[in-house]
Design a protein. Structure first.
Length: 374
């Protein structure tokens, strides 16, 4: 995801004693913003033309490799280290760091250099955490921490900074709670505040000019996967879907929310579209949610089972992504097996759900199923 990229371009109103070739130029910022819109709406060729134009105006500036990194990321979203284009994506991130360091060597407190360097290290930390490389993740995180502390001191000067501060406040507390392996590392970082982080993210959605899209995406994800507040998540995801109707990832997140809310009238068109998608990740999403609809609404267990299995089969093409969708499929298969009195099989499916679960509600339902058949 491109959260830190958009943080980096969002601070034109903050005054620092330094040169500001990008942050101080409204025309260049508008060009970057336009390129971001093209990336979000999957118009990648047009986005590359915009980046080329920006490179002419800002040669050797870290914004150029950062935008190219983000263009690649959104071509295979949600990007993982196993993605075919990840190697090229990482090269652009490391080029971003390299160019940022050149600026920092000339001007130690240069805001643009700090933010682009932070953005690249932050994204690398996110990828390493996703693949389970905790030491690599913490190594990247440590390199951004001092920069984050500096920017958090200036939230009153720009609503854009509320996004960064909100993410830190929330995930500093919630991430090690959900992923205990990190508890032994995070003591070196200043404590956060979950409630404050949520308020700051919402403020960024409504008051920032550039980071509002990323703030809405991350806040909706938090509300769906961590806070179990689906009704509030819909508000943000519906906006994203309407603004960028061609964005497959936004479609999948919006569909997830609609299914949780049992809003099947709006969910079915998205299911129909995604279950024939050429990419396994999105096809898996559509097929598994078709299984949920077939089981829960139509009451056709045998057909629902076939959709769940088909979705899991699609997911085998892309095992590093889609844990949440697979956990939904296993939960559905567990319910069907339980109704068919195949109790050992049901228990196996419930256990698989718990192993993959990224949310509390799936685990709660699976544990209740295990108790029934014990």
């Amino acid at each position: 995801m491109s959260l830190l990229f958009f943080i980096c371009i969002a601070l034109p109103n903050i005054t620092f004693a330094q040169s500001k070739p990008l942050f101080g130029n409204s025309e260049l910022l508008e060009m970057v913003d336009r390129g971001g819109d093209l990336i979000y709406n999957q118009q990648f060729d047009l986005a590359e033309l915009t980046i080329d134009s920006l490179e002419v105006l800002l040669p050797n500036h870290p914004i150029v490799p950062m935008m190219r990194a983000m263009r690649l990321a959104w071509q295979d979203q949600p990007i993982r280290t196993s993605s075919p284009i990840y190697e090229a994506h990482e090269r652009y991130l490391r080029k971003t760091i390299e160019l940022s360091e050149v600026i920092s060597n000339r001007e130690n407190d240069n805001l643009e250099a700090m933010f682009f360097k932070m953005s690249a290290h932050g994204l690398l930390a996110e990828y390493y955490a996703q693949e389970g490389s905790s030491f690599k993740a913490m190594s990247q995180a440590k390199q951004t921490y001092n920069l984050i502390k500096k920017t958090m001191e200036h939230t009153a000067e720009s609503s854009e900074l509320l996004f960064l501060s909100g993410l830190y406040n929330y995930f500093r507390e919630k991430y090690p709670e959900r992923h205990p392996i990190y508890k032994s590392f995070v003591w070196i970082f200043k404590s956060g505040d979950i409630d404050r982080g949520l308020v700051q993210l919402d403020s960024a959605v409504h008051h920032s000019k550039i980071v509002k899209i990323e703030a809405a995406l991350y806040l909706s994800y938090i509300l769906l996967r961590y806070e179990n507040n689906t009704t509030r998540a819909k508000y943000y995801l519906e906006r994203l879907h309407k603004m960028y109707p061609a964005n497959d990832y936004f479609q999948a997140k919006y569909l997830e929310c609609l299914m949780r809310l049992k809003d099947y009238d709006n969910a079915l068109p998205l299911i129909t579209k995604l279950k024939t998608h050429k990419k396994p990740y999105f096809r898996m999403c559509g097929e598994i949610f078709q299984g949920v609809y077939t089981e829960k609404v139509e009451g056709l267990d045998a057909l629902a089972k076939s959709y769940y299995q088909k979705g899991l089969s699609s997911g085998k093409e892309d095992l590093d992504r889609g844990e949440y969708y697979r956990s939904i499929a296993y939960l559905g298969l567990g319910r069907i097996a339980e109704r068919n009195k195949e109790l050992d099989l049901a228990a196996e499916y419930y256990e698989k759900t718990i192993d993959l679960d990224e949310t509390d509600w799936l685990t709660v339902e699976s544990e209740a199923g295990l108790e029934r058949i014990d």
